[in-house]
Design a binder for this molecule. Structure first.
Ligand code: CAA
Length: 407
């Protein structure tokens, strides 16, 4: 109660600004991603111009304060953009996930004013593209067990090792890399922003992926790469926390993108089921088909609520590690089930690339692995429910929205 009036505690409306960003990112996806997508996916060839187009549309600066060259939009807007991009293609959403989610928001959360001015500004305006390097050949779910090593040498760290399954490995300019600190506790890590132009840095694409074939994924290698200490996020020993913060943001973009896949499945299945006839009746009238369509609609609506809640918590400056894990886990399950059913509804036509649903099926599978497997999220959720795990406020929180002077 304030001034004798009830203060509304819940608001399910999207703002006019949200509607505008949904409309503009939908148009961007239709005009800039869809043309030629089937061929790029078949040939596993990313669009080399895609990141420039993303920057030109201003989307590299979503949810970044205007003082760093960003759009100043709230965090729900980032989810909406991811949803609209993935409604057309997962590869485009993955690029947003690594640039905006894993890299830029983590820099916004952990960076000093100097780091934000120096590094975030060119990222927000799209002059530079960011990516994230945590996973290694022998460290996926066990993210603390890193072999990549950083040794302090005066005002530099000397980095050696390799990272794998890195989205935008061959395109990004800056990589947020998590490494074990040499000569200290086995669990002490450091988070460094590495410029791809550094001596000793190299990358190699991964070929033969099941999905996200129109996107670039690869390995990155560090051979005595010298990184200035001014590019360290947080302190020595904060590296794992920086990585987990980054995943709070990355998982949000994966969760919101998953709703785009479900919507795309409905976009494909509803007209198909109204058109296709069996025994003189459109298959949309068959109850078993209706069951699958209803499940898709339920997944879309429940999943949206889950990710909107996380976006709202980000706006309010609240820790949301549990909620984002739940949203990522469930929404990826909903999306994969929707894509699987979309193939079923299309019958044999769903099994070839004449219709897009086989691509949705392949693309939705990967998200059940990256940014925390469904097994990891299941265990994490059980630990919260059992009271074995709880979220406490962090040393560095993501700035609230609307952004203040301190953002
Ligand atoms: N933000 C900040 N700090 C956090 C945090 C967060 N979200 N979560 C945990 N921390 C802090 C904790 O507070 C704790 O600090 P204190 O010791 O000071 O209290 C510290 O980090 C350790 O946290 P936990 O005890 O929770 O760590 P854990 O060992 O229990 O974590 C795990 C286990 C949750 C399974 C974690 O290892 C995990 O999430 N693994 C999955 C990793 C993953 O998702 N990998 C995918 C990588 S990226 C990718 O897939 C590629 C791509 O997209 C391009």
């Amino acid at each position: 109660m304030r001034d004798g009036k009830l203060t509304p505690r819940m608001d399910f409306h999207l703002t006019h600004e949200h509607e505008l960003i949904r409309e503009s990112s939908r148009r961007f996806a239709q005009e800039e991603i869809l043309p030629g997508l089937r061929e790029r996916d078949a040939k596993a060839e990313p669009d080399p111009e895609f990141l420039k187009k993303l920057a030109k549309a201003g989307l590299t600066g979503v949810s970044i304060p205007a003082k760093y060259g960003g759009m100043d939009t709230d965090y729900i807007s980032l989810g909406i953009v991811c949803e609209e991009l993935e409604r057309v293609d997962t590869s485009a959403r993955v690029a947003m996930s690594v640039h905006s989610g894993l890299h830029c928001l983590t820099l916004l959360q952990w960076g000093t004013n100097d780091q934000k001015e120096r590094l975030l500004t060119p990222l927000a305006n799209g002059d530079k593209i960011g990516a994230f390097g945590l996973t290694e050949p022998n460290a996926g779910s066990d993210a603390m067990n890193l072999s990549t090593r950083a040794r302090r040498d005066g005002d530099f760290y000397v980095l050696n090792g390799e990272k794998t399954w890195i989205s935008l490995s061959d395109y990004a300019d800056y990589f947020l890399v998590i490494a074990a600190l040499e000569g200290s506790d086995k669990k002490a890590h450091v988070a460094l922003i590495v410029d791809r132009n550094s001596d000793g840095f190299s990358s190699r694409p991964i070929k033969g992926k099941l999905g996200v074939r129109a996107g670039n994924t690869g390995q990155i290698f560090f051979d005595n790469v010298r990184v200035p200490t001014e590019n360290r996020l947080g302190e020595d020993g904060d590296g794992f926390k920086v990585a987990m913060s980054a995943l709070d943001h990355g998982r949000y973009t994966v969760a919101s993108g998953a709703i785009g896949i479900i919507t795309a499945c409905l976009d494909a299945c509803v007209p198909y089921a109204r058109d296709r006839k069996v025994s003189g009746e459109e298959i949309g009238r068959k109850q078993l088909i209706q069951q699958m369509i209803a499940n898709m609609a339920a997944g879309r609506d429940m999943g949206r609520l889950l990710y909107y809640q996380v976006g709202w918590m980000k706006n309010a400056g609240l820790r949301h590690t549990r909620e984002v894990s739940m949203a990522k886990w469930q929404n990826c399950n909903f999306a994969f089930a929707a894509a699987n059913d979309a193939i079923e509804i299309h019958g044999a036509y769903g099994y070839c690339d004449e219709f897009p649903v086989e691509r949705y099926f392949r693309n939705s599978r990967g998200a059940m692995i990256y940014e925390g497997t469904r097994e990891i999220h299941t265990l994490v959720q059980a630990e919260y429910a059992m009271g074995y795990r709880e979220d406490r406020p962090l040393k560095h929180m993501l700035p609230k929205w609307p952004f203040g002077e301190d953002a």
